[in-house]
Design a protein around this ligand. Structure first.
Ligand SMILES: [Zn+2]
Length: 137
């Protein structure tokens, strides 16, 4: 953690995630990922845990019917899962919680609402306005 602090020394400290907040968000992301994986009967090596291993023996009986369901996961959920995995990678790298567009801290409150957010609320709003504008005119 200390390695990342010096990079952020010019940022307002109160906007920056504390280790406790980071841990909380990490937990939310892992829980969301596991929910998606449970729904799709898929496994990701970095996210498997004892709970998944125990469940495997029970899943054998329903493998055939679940196969169709996992194919249906392909769209929205798969996209969400890749966002979650990206966010978890950012936490590992110490880059999580910083706007990818302008570089300011995204803020704990926004991340609690949307843990996979990659830009701050200002950049998000601006992007949405541009998007809306291009549709209207
Ligand atoms: Zn921004």
């Amino acid at each position: 953690m200390l390695d990342h602090v010096k990079d952020a020394s010019d940022l307002p400290a109160d906007e920056y995630l504390t280790p406790k907040e980071l841990l909380e968000l990490h937990q939310i992301l892992v829980t969301q990922a596991n929910e998606l994986l449970d729904a799709g009967q898929q496994t990701v090596s970095t996210l498997t845990n004892e709970r998944d291993l125990e469940a495997d023996s029970l899943d054998v009986a329903t493998t055939e019917s679940d196969r169709d369901f996992s194919l249906r996961l392909a769209g929205r959920e798969r996209k969400m899962l890749s966002k979650i995995r990206y966010a978890l990678e950012c936490i590992d790298n110490g880059e999580y919680g910083t706007c990818e567009s302008c570089g300011v801290p995204i803020g704990f409150k926004r991340l609690m609402v949307r843990p996979v957010a990659r830009v701050c609320i200002d950049c998000k709003t601006q992007a949405e306005q541009l998007e809306r504008g291009s549709r209207v005119f």
